[in-house]
Design a binder for this molecule. Structure first.
Ligand SMILES: Cc1cc2nc3c(=O)[nH]c(=O)nc-3n(C[C@H](O)[C@H](O)[C@H](O)COP(=O)(O)OP(=O)(O)OC[C@H]3O[C@@H](n4cnc5c(N)ncnc54)[C@H](O)[C@@H]3O)c2cc1C
Length: 462
């Protein structure tokens, strides 16, 4: 251990206690490798403060000692932003796991940054309320990480992404100062809006310690359907029609052919409906009372656009349909180490994109496979490219797919953020004036480059 680390450790002992300073490689390994296994770093130290005051002191002392910090929540991020790829200290927020009582009158709650989504959902369910964002990593991802990445998930078409849920925020800045604005007022035009600034900032501007979240009524009437389509155009047209006609539409998710076959193999199941189709939508309607009739009528009116339909009205049949969508990421991880390219396209460009990407990839590496799925209601496609026998594909596929998305007017990051994986591609969506403004904001709040200095912004010489 270098002297700098020993000195820092002895100062931090008095702040967080010995048990929450991890140094041995076997203890820090889980904090140093990301969920996909693609990004593997190393750290001299993992620090686990228990509250805002401890966290602020940790930041101050670590900065003083000259170490950069990677803030980490559940470490489910998919763009290499949550792990110490350059020997940073890891600051884990997992002990900031306190939920305050639900404010039933305002329909809001204040949660610690380290509260997992599942924990927050269970907490507010006792007041018949719900968190507006839901995603398959719910058992591990944290409220702080979800804000820092502006997480999307399966209900964006109804409630928006994480940014739209945050009414107030508390965070520790790079100099150890604390900003706290947790009143949760719906209207508050008193200057710069820190929740907006920190949402999507990926740990580069401040470490979120608490958030005041908007809640939504817990809708108990649910109906789920799986719809099979002959081609991507029909799936896109059906999504658009359902968004217009189903007022209770809660989710519109998609699985494309190769991903569907992979997940079926993974869970040892036949394709549930329309075995020879190209695309499957998972549609969920949610309302205070049973939305089955509304959804059934809307599906009926799609006529021959739909090849086959499966419906789930009780919780076990709904869960059965959802597993094909929720287990895709797990099925891909079990098959190897993919490059994850999460993009958004305008509705009119989705079919072109999904149809062209496999040939763009195979022109670079014939042995690579492409698995696509995502949130069709938001135009969000998760492109997963896997090299032969599960190895990583060549880096050139990332550039080719992201350039194609940008050429079609799309975004190179729909919901996972930029991290380290996409920072050299930021210029595809952001002008040099915008990147200069990003750097100015970073420099103003973190002049010593303490907080996640290697993510989001491209290297100065690129
Ligand atoms: C199976 C699976 C399904 C997923 N589905 C979705 C999905 O549908 N939609 C979606 O948007 N994402 C999805 N993800 C990605 C991931 O779950 C989200 O990006 C999530 O928001 C990350 O939360 P986390 O707590 O794990 O953050 P981490 O992975 O720990 O960190 C992510 C980033 O946020 C920063 N950060 C973490 N905590 C803080 C904090 N308190 N303050 C400041 N910065 C912080 C980190 O430095 C890093 O840059 C999925 C991931 C998996 C594994």
């Amino acid at each position: 251990m270098s002297d700098g680390v020993s000195e820092l450790v002895s100062k931090l002992k008095g702040v967080v206690g010995d048990n929450h300073l991890l140094r041995e490689a076997d203890l820090t390994a889980g904090y140093s490798t990301d969920w996909t296994g693609r990004f593997q770093g190393r750290t001299p130290l993992v620090v686990r403060p228990a509250n805002t005051a401890e966290l602020a002191e940790v930041v101050m002392l670590t900065a003083e000692a000259g170490f950069a910090i990677v803030p980490q929540g559940g470490n489910t991020g998919l763009v290499g932003g949550s792990v110490p790829l350059n020997g940073e200290v890891v600051l884990s927020t997992m002990r900031l796991n306190d939920c305050q009582p639900v404010d039933q009158l305002a329909q809001q709650v204040t949660c610690g940054a380290g509260v997992t989504l599942a924990q927050a959902q269970a907490h507010v369910a006792s007041a018949s309320l719900d968190i507006g964002v839901d995603l398959a990593a719910r058992d591990s991802c944290t409220i702080g990480g979800m804000i820092a990445t502006n997480a999307g998930g399966i209900n964006v078409i109804r409630y928006g992404a994480m940014r739209e849920q945050v009414l107030g925020i508390e965070a520790v800045l790079a100099d150890g100062s604390v900003i706290s604005h947790l009143e949760g007022l719906e209207k508050d035009n008193t200057g710069y809006h820190f929740p907006s600034l920190l949402a999507g900032s990926e740990g580069t501007l401040g470490i979120i310690t608490k958030a005041r979240l908007r809640l939504h009524p817990h809708l108990t009437g649910r109906c789920t359907a799986m719809l099979a389509f002959d081609n991507v155009d029909d799936a896109v047209a059906a999504t658009s029609a359902l968004r217009r006609s189903v007022t209770s539409l809660h989710s519109a998710e998609v699985i494309f052919r190769d991903a569907m076959h992979l997940v079926c193999e993974h869970i040892n199941s036949a394709v549930p409906v329309g075995a020879n189709s190209e695309a499957w939508l998972i549609i969920e309607a949610a309302a205070p009372s049973d939305p089955t009739e509304e959804l059934a009528a809307a599906i009926d009116s799609l006529g021959r656009l739909v090849v086959d339909v499966g419906v789930g009205v009780d919780s076990s049949s709904r869960k059965n349909l959802w597993q094909y969508r929720e287990k895709v990421t797990e099925a891909i991880a079990a098959a190897g180490t993919p490059h994850k390219l999460d993009v958004t396209l305008g509705a009119s460009k989705l079919a072109d994109f999904v149809t062209e990407v496999p040939s763009i990839v195979s022109a670079i590496d014939e042995g690579s496979s492409v698995y696509m799925f995502g949130h069709l209601g938001d135009g969000n496609v998760h492109v997963n490219v896997m090299g032969n026998a599960g190895v990583e594909p060549p880096e050139a596929v990332d550039a080719a797919v992201l350039e194609y998305a940008a050429k079609l007017g799309g975004s190179i990051s729909a919901e996972h953020g930029i991290g380290t994986a996409k920072k050299e591609f930021l210029h595809l969506n952001r002008t040099s004036a915008e990147i200069f403004a990003f750097r100015s904001i970073k420099h103003a709040l973190d002049p010593r480059q303490i907080l996640n200095p290697h993510v989001l912004l491209p290297s100065e010489d690129s």
